[in-house]
Write a protein that binds this ligand. Structure first.
Ligand code: ADP
Ligand code: MG
Length: 213
């Protein structure tokens, strides 16, 4: 079961100026031409440090794309501090961790709800180290399956300077969006993050500046 909670501004109040900024981000991504090819595109969201707004921005962007007629899957690859299960009030899925550990089939971990065309895969729980799970061939397999059914697959990840999780997922994605928080993200940390993403060979699509005035 999946419901939308208050942090989903794009769904609750499509006319607010905040929703407008998600439409701008949607337009920006659309204009990159990523959605023209056949098969879904995988976009990875990460940040230099925690709490910069990855989960909030990814969730609202997902709703915005669904409102625009796209089929979207969001995957909580932040096994350290998951967030998508609470944004979307997800119940009844053992999540990505159970699939990667071999306890669940891919078809049983996605949750659907009031928004048709939006699938949510929560993180679930694990005692295995996240980089070991995320680096398994099963992760690539899941993304291939999702690409066959969805236009966009958005991956939420932990901050990428402290943890290798996002760097492990980067080569499996078509582009990365770096989330930074106005007045809080440090230039030096962002520079390090940019260097790490460049090393992984992933295309950096842009920086989404959260709470910019
Ligand atoms: N633009 C915003 N305005 C107000 N609160 C925000 C905004 N962006 C994020 N938050 C809040 O800040 C906290 C951290 O955001 P979150 O999206 O969970 O960050 P991250 O996923 O990068 O750790 C959450 O409580 C979230 O609701
Ligand atoms: Mg988060």
């Amino acid at each position: 079961m999946l419901r939308l909670n208050r942090s989903l501004i794009a769904d609750l109040n499509p006319s607010s100026h905040v929703s407008e900024s998600f439409r701008s981000l949607r337009t920006y991504i659309r204009q990159l031409g990523l959605l023209k090819g056949s098969g879904g595109q995988v976009l990875l969201f990460t940040s230099a440090e925690g709490g910069e707004g990855k989960t909030t921005i990814l969730s609202n962007l997902a709703v915005s794309f669904v409102q625009d007629g796209k089929k979207v899957a969001v995957v909580d690859c932040n096994l350290r501090k998951p967030g998508l299960h609470s944004v979307f009030d997800v119940e009844g899925s053992q999540g990505l961790a159970a699939y990667l550990s071999g306890y669940e089939e891919a078809k049983d971990i996605a949750v659907f709800g009031s928004l048709a065309n939006l699938a949510v895969i929560p993180a679930g729980r694990t005692s295995v180290s996240p980089p070991d799970l995320l680096g398994s061939d099963k992760m690539a397999g899941l993304l291939e399956e999702l690409k066959a059914s969805y236009d966009l697959i958005l991956l939420d990840t932990p901050q990428a300077v402290d943890y290798s999780d996002a760097r492990i997922l980067a080569p499996l994605s078509d582009g990365v969006i770096i989330v930074a928080r106005h007045g809080r993200s440090k230039r030096e940390a962002l520079r390090r993050l940019k260097g790490l993403m460049e090393q992984s060979g992933v295309r950096i699509l842009g920086i989404a500046m959260n709470q910019a005035k």
